[in-house]
Design a binder for this molecule. Structure first.
Ligand code: GLN
Length: 192
Protein backbone atom coordinates (compact mmCIF):
# COMPACT_ATOMS: atom_id res chain seq x y z
CA UNK A 1 0.00 0.00 0.00
CA UNK A 2 1.51 3.34 -0.96
CA UNK A 3 1.30 6.13 1.62
CA UNK A 4 -0.62 9.27 0.65
CA UNK A 5 1.63 12.14 -0.45
CA UNK A 6 2.85 14.60 2.14
CA UNK A 7 2.04 18.24 1.45
CA UNK A 8 4.28 20.84 3.03
CA UNK A 9 2.82 24.20 4.00
CA UNK A 10 5.36 26.95 4.63
CA UNK A 11 4.56 28.09 8.16
CA UNK A 12 6.87 31.04 8.79
CA UNK A 13 4.05 33.59 8.84
CA UNK A 14 0.58 34.21 7.42
CA UNK A 15 -2.41 32.06 6.53
CA UNK A 16 -0.82 28.60 6.76
CA UNK A 17 -3.22 27.10 9.30
CA UNK A 18 -6.31 27.27 7.09
CA UNK A 19 -4.40 25.69 4.19
CA UNK A 20 -3.53 22.85 6.53
CA UNK A 21 -7.18 22.37 7.48
CA UNK A 22 -8.42 22.39 3.88
CA UNK A 23 -5.71 19.94 2.76
CA UNK A 24 -6.33 17.61 5.70
CA UNK A 25 -10.05 17.81 4.96
CA UNK A 26 -9.20 16.42 1.53
CA UNK A 27 -7.31 13.53 3.11
CA UNK A 28 -3.76 14.83 2.57
CA UNK A 29 -1.02 14.44 5.14
CA UNK A 30 0.37 17.87 5.96
CA UNK A 31 3.78 18.89 7.24
CA UNK A 32 4.16 22.49 8.41
CA UNK A 33 7.54 23.64 7.10
CA UNK A 34 9.73 25.90 9.22
CA UNK A 35 13.18 24.49 8.41
CA UNK A 36 14.93 23.70 5.15
CA UNK A 37 15.51 20.02 5.95
CA UNK A 38 11.74 19.49 6.24
CA UNK A 39 11.48 20.09 2.49
CA UNK A 40 13.28 16.80 1.82
CA UNK A 41 10.33 14.75 3.01
CA UNK A 42 7.45 16.37 1.17
CA UNK A 43 5.90 15.79 -2.23
CA UNK A 44 4.18 19.13 -2.74
CA UNK A 45 4.43 22.57 -1.20
CA UNK A 46 2.02 25.41 -0.46
CA UNK A 47 3.30 28.95 0.08
CA UNK A 48 0.46 30.78 1.85
CA UNK A 49 -0.70 34.37 1.83
CA UNK A 50 0.50 36.75 4.48
CA UNK A 51 3.12 39.44 4.16
CA UNK A 52 5.69 38.68 1.49
CA UNK A 53 8.29 41.08 2.88
CA UNK A 54 8.13 39.41 6.30
CA UNK A 55 8.04 35.93 4.81
CA UNK A 56 11.07 36.72 2.68
CA UNK A 57 12.94 38.12 5.68
CA UNK A 58 12.10 35.12 7.88
CA UNK A 59 13.02 32.68 5.09
CA UNK A 60 16.34 34.42 4.65
CA UNK A 61 17.09 34.47 8.37
CA UNK A 62 16.16 30.81 8.67
CA UNK A 63 18.37 29.76 5.74
CA UNK A 64 15.30 28.69 3.76
CA UNK A 65 15.78 30.61 0.50
CA UNK A 66 18.17 28.09 -1.08
CA UNK A 67 16.22 25.00 0.06
CA UNK A 68 13.00 26.58 -1.28
CA UNK A 69 14.70 27.43 -4.58
CA UNK A 70 15.97 23.83 -4.79
CA UNK A 71 12.47 22.54 -4.11
CA UNK A 72 10.87 24.54 -6.91
CA UNK A 73 13.66 23.46 -9.29
CA UNK A 74 13.01 19.83 -8.41
CA UNK A 75 9.75 19.91 -10.40
CA UNK A 76 7.55 18.98 -7.46
CA UNK A 77 4.16 20.82 -7.51
CA UNK A 78 3.97 24.15 -5.70
CA UNK A 79 0.93 26.33 -5.02
CA UNK A 80 1.59 29.95 -4.08
CA UNK A 81 -1.31 32.09 -2.92
CA UNK A 82 -1.16 35.88 -2.66
CA UNK A 83 2.09 36.61 -0.78
CA UNK A 84 3.12 33.07 -1.78
CA UNK A 85 2.62 34.04 -5.43
CA UNK A 86 4.83 37.09 -4.90
CA UNK A 87 7.53 34.86 -3.40
CA UNK A 88 7.40 32.51 -6.40
CA UNK A 89 7.50 35.27 -9.01
CA UNK A 90 10.45 36.35 -11.13
CA UNK A 91 10.21 39.96 -10.00
CA UNK A 92 8.25 41.98 -7.47
CA UNK A 93 7.44 45.66 -7.88
CA UNK A 94 6.71 47.95 -4.92
CA UNK A 95 8.46 45.48 -2.64
CA UNK A 96 11.26 46.10 -0.20
CA UNK A 97 14.68 46.51 -1.75
CA UNK A 98 15.92 43.41 0.07
CA UNK A 99 12.84 41.30 -0.65
CA UNK A 100 13.65 37.95 -2.27
CA UNK A 101 11.79 36.19 -5.09
CA UNK A 102 12.37 32.57 -6.02
CA UNK A 103 11.93 33.07 -9.79
CA UNK A 104 9.90 29.87 -9.98
CA UNK A 105 7.32 31.26 -12.39
CA UNK A 106 7.93 33.76 -15.16
CA UNK A 107 5.74 36.61 -14.05
CA UNK A 108 6.03 40.05 -12.49
CA UNK A 109 3.89 40.93 -9.48
CA UNK A 110 3.14 44.34 -8.01
CA UNK A 111 2.30 44.42 -4.30
CA UNK A 112 -0.95 45.87 -2.94
CA UNK A 113 -1.87 47.11 -6.39
CA UNK A 114 -5.65 47.04 -6.10
CA UNK A 115 -5.31 50.14 -3.92
CA UNK A 116 -6.31 50.98 -0.36
CA UNK A 117 -9.98 51.54 -1.08
CA UNK A 118 -10.31 47.95 -2.25
CA UNK A 119 -8.16 46.31 0.42
CA UNK A 120 -10.29 43.23 0.40
CA UNK A 121 -13.04 41.89 -1.84
CA UNK A 122 -14.57 38.66 -3.09
CA UNK A 123 -15.32 38.00 -6.73
CA UNK A 124 -16.72 34.97 -8.52
CA UNK A 125 -14.18 33.70 -11.02
CA UNK A 126 -14.30 31.35 -13.95
CA UNK A 127 -11.14 29.25 -13.70
CA UNK A 128 -10.02 27.39 -16.82
CA UNK A 129 -9.78 23.68 -16.14
CA UNK A 130 -11.77 23.82 -12.91
CA UNK A 131 -15.14 22.19 -13.41
CA UNK A 132 -18.40 23.21 -11.77
CA UNK A 133 -19.58 26.56 -10.49
CA UNK A 134 -17.61 29.80 -10.43
CA UNK A 135 -14.99 30.04 -7.71
CA UNK A 136 -15.39 32.66 -4.95
CA UNK A 137 -12.00 34.40 -4.99
CA UNK A 138 -11.20 36.24 -1.76
CA UNK A 139 -8.59 38.96 -2.36
CA UNK A 140 -6.86 40.63 0.60
CA UNK A 141 -4.37 43.37 -0.26
CA UNK A 142 -3.73 41.27 -3.32
CA UNK A 143 -0.88 41.79 -5.73
CA UNK A 144 -1.54 42.44 -9.38
CA UNK A 145 0.23 40.26 -11.94
CA UNK A 146 1.67 42.89 -14.25
CA UNK A 147 3.07 40.63 -16.94
CA UNK A 148 3.58 36.97 -17.72
CA UNK A 149 6.19 35.23 -19.85
CA UNK A 150 5.41 33.03 -22.87
CA UNK A 151 5.51 29.79 -20.90
CA UNK A 152 2.86 30.89 -18.42
CA UNK A 153 -0.75 29.78 -18.80
CA UNK A 154 -3.28 32.26 -17.39
CA UNK A 155 -6.16 30.33 -15.79
CA UNK A 156 -8.35 33.19 -14.53
CA UNK A 157 -8.53 36.97 -14.72
CA UNK A 158 -9.86 39.85 -12.62
CA UNK A 159 -10.50 43.09 -14.52
CA UNK A 160 -8.64 41.59 -17.47
CA UNK A 161 -5.47 40.96 -15.45
CA UNK A 162 -4.20 37.49 -14.52
CA UNK A 163 -5.50 36.26 -11.16
CA UNK A 164 -4.38 32.65 -11.43
CA UNK A 165 -1.59 31.21 -13.54
CA UNK A 166 0.46 28.09 -14.03
CA UNK A 167 3.85 27.22 -15.46
CA UNK A 168 4.87 23.58 -15.37
CA UNK A 169 4.36 22.41 -11.77
CA UNK A 170 4.03 25.90 -10.30
CA UNK A 171 0.55 27.34 -9.75
CA UNK A 172 -0.20 30.78 -8.32
CA UNK A 173 -3.31 32.68 -7.28
CA UNK A 174 -3.52 36.31 -6.24
CA UNK A 175 -6.50 35.31 -4.07
CA UNK A 176 -6.87 33.13 -0.95
CA UNK A 177 -8.46 29.81 -1.99
CA UNK A 178 -8.29 28.56 1.62
CA UNK A 179 -10.88 31.20 2.58
CA UNK A 180 -13.36 30.29 -0.15
CA UNK A 181 -15.24 27.53 1.65
CA UNK A 182 -14.66 25.67 -1.61
CA UNK A 183 -11.80 23.16 -1.78
CA UNK A 184 -11.61 22.75 -5.57
CA UNK A 185 -8.35 24.64 -6.07
CA UNK A 186 -6.67 22.55 -3.35
CA UNK A 187 -8.18 19.39 -4.78
CA UNK A 188 -6.84 20.27 -8.22
CA UNK A 189 -3.42 20.97 -6.73
CA UNK A 190 -3.41 17.58 -4.96
CA UNK A 191 -4.27 15.87 -8.25
CA UNK A 192 -1.57 17.72 -10.22
N1 GLN B 1 0.13 42.52 0.47
C1 GLN B 1 0.76 41.28 0.85
C2 GLN B 1 2.21 41.27 0.41
O1 GLN B 1 2.65 42.11 -0.25
C3 GLN B 1 0.04 40.09 0.30
C4 GLN B 1 -1.33 39.98 0.91
C5 GLN B 1 -1.81 38.59 1.13
O2 GLN B 1 -1.06 37.62 1.06
N2 GLN B 1 -3.07 38.50 1.43
O3 GLN B 1 2.89 40.36 0.73
Amino acid sequence: MSASPVVGVLALQGAFELHRQVLEGLGARVQLVRRGDQLDDIDRLVLPGGESTTMSMLAERGGLIEPLADFVRSGRPVLGTCAGAILLSAQVLDGRADQRCLGAIDLVTRRNAFGRQVDSFTIDLTIDGLGGAMFPAVCIRAPVIESVGDGVEVLARIDGRPAMARQDAIMVTIFHPELAGDARVHEWFLDS
